[in-house]
Design a protein. Structure first.
Length: 429
């Protein structure tokens, strides 16, 4: 039996593969995990990672508080989530922020004593341009097959920038793709810098471009407590106060219009908002929109004029949530077959009515149905405005936005007793 000699090329290849000395020193051995990251910290981050709706999320408290993007969770109340060890849990939407793209859910453990692995949010002093970062996610939902999250490494390119509705975000070059949304962006020590949410590209392709945006931990710190207490509803962002207009003037942000309620004068320059530099008029609008809105809120603004620089407290407006407010019922003013005597709730006086509002329809799973309202109920008032004509219905609902509540006062036909029902306005599906 004869033996064929190997071709010289294959001999060389085998020598290169089997002889470490034949490789360049930098290629001789793969660096250990510790070269890239704190191995224990990464394992903890992977344990805190959550699979949700072909996207990603992360646990931020031991009792199962979870944060993700609004565009991942949507506005559905109930969810099923999974972890990399294969366990699944039910989760409930606690609150959502359609403007800033943040949602908070409560993950329910089967064991009341269960403690979830979680990540701690970074402080502003923990974040530096040029620092190495890790992104954990479920790109293209590949991890749904085997519950294995993907980890990519990159550099923090810029910090706390305004990019449209992401008004307090970090820019990174770590590879992120659809499915990474809502997943954690962490330091090499496992501290949560933010949650990945957007990819910027000119091609129109929703794939990694080297420019990813993550909602910063500083914004999450402000919004998570409010979202956790929102009872499944919305939270709002601030906005420039009505009447305030800004313009760019040779690299400075100048007040071009104001009102008597705003302690700013035309020509004054805005230098910073809530400690963040005002680099352009567009950026300054974003700085006003970044914080959480609540009634009577004022923001700290550094202002300069020809003589001095000082800090002023500026009142703010509220950024509306895009969409059409939805209560889910049709109300018509109708002439009643028989007069109804109404007992006024404040005075106790009686009044007889031959025409009132009537709920003609209540949509399934609508805010009105969830509040307990039923078709054929008599409506005496909406938001304390008596309903006697069709125009009264329009006027009583004017100015109300998504996330507001309205009060429907219904009348019991026999007793004439008026009862108030509160409806939470949601976005029209």
């Amino acid at each position: 039996m004869s033996i064929t000699a190997p071709h010289p090329i294959f001999v060389i290849v085998w020598i290169l593969l089997l002889t470490p000395g034949a490789l360049h020193p930098s290629q001789a051995a793969e660096p250990s995990a510790a070269t890239y990251h704190n191995g224990d910290a990464l394992q903890r981050a992977l344990d805190a990672f959550v699979f949700i709706r072909q996207g990603s999320g992360v646990i931020v408290s031991s009792d199962g508080l979870m944060v993700t993007n609004h565009h991942v969770s949507g506005e559905d109340r109930d969810h099923e989530v999974a972890f990399r060890d294969g366990t699944t849990f039910s989760a409930t939407l606690l609150g959502t922020d359609p403007v800033g793209d943040i949602a908070v859910l409560q993950v329910h453990a089967n064991d009341p004593n269960h403690m979830f692995t979680y990540l701690s949010l970074a402080e502003a002093t923990d974040i530096h341009v040029g620092m190495p970062v890790l992104a954990i996610g479920n790109p293209f939902a590949l991890g749904d097959r085997d519950r294995i999250p993907s980890v990519t490494r990159g550099t923090l390119s810029s910090l706390r920038v305004v990019r449209d509705n992401y008004a307090d975000c970090l820019q990174v070059d770590a590879a992120v793709n659809p499915g990474n949304s809502g997943g954690p962006l962490i330091t090499l020590n496992g501290t949560l810098l933010g949650i990945n949410g957007q990819i910027r590209t000119r091609s129109g392709m929703r794939v990694n471009s080297g420019i990813g945006l993550a909602i910063s931990a500083m914004q999450l710190q402000e919004f998570i407590p409010a979202l956790a207490q929102a009872d499944g509803g919305y939270v709002h962002h601030c906005a420039l106060p009505e009447g305030l207009e800004l313009r760019d003037d040779h690299g400075q942000v100048v007040v071009s219009a104001t009102s008597e309620d705003i302690p700013l004068a035309i020509g004054e320059r805005i230098l910073a908002v809530e400690g963040r530099p005002a680099t352009s008029a567009e950026t300054t609008r974003g700085l006003f929109a970044a914080p959480l809105w609540f009634p009577q809120r004022h923001l700290s603004v550094v202002v300069a004029n020809d003589t001095q620089t000082h800090i002023r407290k500026i009142p703010v407006s509220r950024t509306p949530i895009e969409g059409r407010p939805w209560h889910g019922m049709r109300i018509r003013v109708r002439k009643l077959p028989e007069p109804v005597t109404v007992r006024h709730p404040d005075s106790g006086l009686l009044s007889e009515h031959t025409s009132l509002g009537v709920i003609a329809e209540v949509e399934s799973d609508s805010p009105a149905q969830q509040a307990g309202l039923e078709a054929d109920s008599l409506v005496y008032a909406i938001n304390q405005h008596p309903i006697r004509r069709s125009l009264d219905i329009i006027r009583s609902l004017a100015g109300y936005e998504i996330g507001d509540t309205i009060t429907i006062s219904t009348v019991e036909r026999e007793s004439g007793i008026v009862s108030d029902t509160t409806i939470y306005l949601r976005r029209q599906p």
